[in-house]
Design a protein around this ligand. Structure first.
Ligand code: CO
Length: 191
């Protein structure tokens, strides 16, 4: 199990490197990441990218349901996306945001395990087609929409050093930045 990397930490702002070796070491990293994701409780994580556990590699996990299987995405790429963007809305029974659902006028509030206690509406592509490799190096591709589309976009951003707060409106971002400065979680180059 890993310790969660929180802001401010430069690894969260770096472009992660591709995975080239599909070996035992990779499988161990995935296992440890999965345990780390399962151990999150407040909020319960539904996705985790390798940079969030201090590993700058292009790997993320998704687990939309607490009792569901963990999906492993290695070297993921968006190969197609819808033009249309929206802030997804959700119902109570759905877990429709990157880390934990919170209700705000039925619009999704996105959060991140690496940016505790910060939530915001993020406009995302409605549909994305992702290609990736599994832990054995086998290639896959699939279209995602709704909740899973939000998670994969949020997690893929992590591999490119982008935090969800960068997608927020100027005003909201400014408010968050002020909060982070007050809590000494800000450093130059962040946001
Ligand atoms: Co995140």
């Amino acid at each position: 199990m890993y310790k969660m990397v929180l802001t401010p930490n430069h690894i969260l702002l770096e472009t992660a490197l591709p995975v080239l070796q599909f070996d035992k070491k990779l499988k161990q990293v995935i296992k440890d990441m999965s345990e780390t994701l399962d151990a999150t409780s407040d909020p319960v994580g539904v996705g985790l990218a390798a940079p969030q556990v201090g590993i700058s590699k292009r790997i993320f996990l998704v687990k939309p349901k607490e009792d569901g299987l963990t999906g492993v995405f290695i070297n993921p790429e968006i190969v197609e996306e819808s033009q249309e963007e929206e802030i997804p809305s959700f119902t109570n029974s759905e877990k429709v945001e990157a880390h934990k659902p919170k209700k705000s006028k039925k619009k999704l509030l996105e959060g991140c395990l690496s940016v505790p206690n910060i939530w915001g509406n993020v406009s995302r592509k409605k549909e994305v087609k992702l290609s990736w490799q599994d832990e054995n190096g086998k290639k896959h591709s699939k279209k995602f929409k709704g909740f899973p589309a939000v998670i994969v976009q949020h997690e893929l951003d992590h591999l490119n050093g982008i935090l969800f707060i960068e997608h927020l409106s100027f005003l909201k971002k400014k408010l968050i930045l002020n909060k982070l400065i007050k809590e000494k979680k800000y450093y130059k180059g962040y946001l």
